[in-house]
Write a protein that binds this ligand. Structure first.
Ligand code: FE2
Ligand code: FE2
Length: 239
């Protein structure tokens, strides 16, 4: 997502409409990503429990991470609720973690076999690396957005991003430190050709990389975002 630069535009009907539309799209994209983040972390927590039974601090950090992402989701949701409006429909094409998982493992999050990943140290490391990179990217993105004039013009949206910015280091540092404690690379893992392993396999038409379940019938089909994000319960107010 490329932020629009902050130079203040004269307040006309058109710029107001553009600003409102921009904030609508921005909040909808974040809403999708926050929901994707905290629901996916349930499976990461299960994998950490299996993989690192003697590291309760790491598990506690991942549990905190999940709680933060759920909190962020509810902040963006509340932003819509206060206005009595529904978010725009989004799907995994705007999902940052979806894209990182696809590039690394060659499959969608839903197809990720977390049991197998938990049983394979190299794959668990790769999962930690993907989460770390996703969160680092998110941190940089929020810094850009906090300088955006349209974001700053909405006090609630601005406050939401300030909270997200404050929380974000706690989302990549646990995974980064976990990798560093093992002397593992914290940059994107790649093979000899410099591309992530899963992506190489996917592009070569090879068998699905380990760590991915076989595609189920209907998996990956476009679904209305609101239903998948548990948002359908919010109603428009009667007019
Ligand atoms: Fe978040
Ligand atoms: Fe985060």
């Amino acid at each position: 997502m490329t932020a629009i630069t902050a130079s203040p535009l004269p307040r006309t009907g058109l710029t107001s409409a553009l600003r409102d539309r921009y904030l609508d799209i921005l909040a909808s994209v974040y809403l999708y990503n926050e929901h994707r983040g905290y629901t996916s972390l349930d499976r990461v927590i299960a994998a950490v429990r299996r993989c690192c039974p003697d590291e309760p601090e790491f598990l506690a950090e991942v549990v905190r991470h999940r709680a933060d992402e759920a909190k962020h989701y509810h902040m963006f949701r509340r932003w819509f609720e206060r206005q009595g409006r529904m978010p725009l429909a989004m799907d995994r094409r705007v999902g940052h973690i979806d894209r990182f998982i696809l590039r690394t493992f060659g499959c969608t999050i839903d197809e990720l076999d977390t049991d197998r990943i938990a049983a394979t140290p190299a794959e668990f490391e790769q999962l930690c690396r993907v989460i770390m990179l996703t969160e680092q990217r998110g941190y940089r993105q929020v810094e850009v957005l906090l300088g955006n004039g349209w974001v700053r013009s909405d006090p609630v949206m601005r406050r939401i991003f300030e909270i997200v910015h404050r929380d974000e280091p706690g989302h990549f540092l646990p995974y980064q430190r976990w990798l560093e404690r093992r002397g593992r690379a914290t940059a994107g893992s790649s093979g000899r050709d410099g591309r992530p392993a899963g992506r190489r396999a996917a592009r070569a038409g090879a068998a699905r990389p380990a760590g991915c379940r076989t595609r189920r019938r209907g998996a990956g089909r476009w679904r209305p975002w609101a239903a998948s994000a548990g948002y359908a319960a919010i109603e428009r107010p009667a007019t």
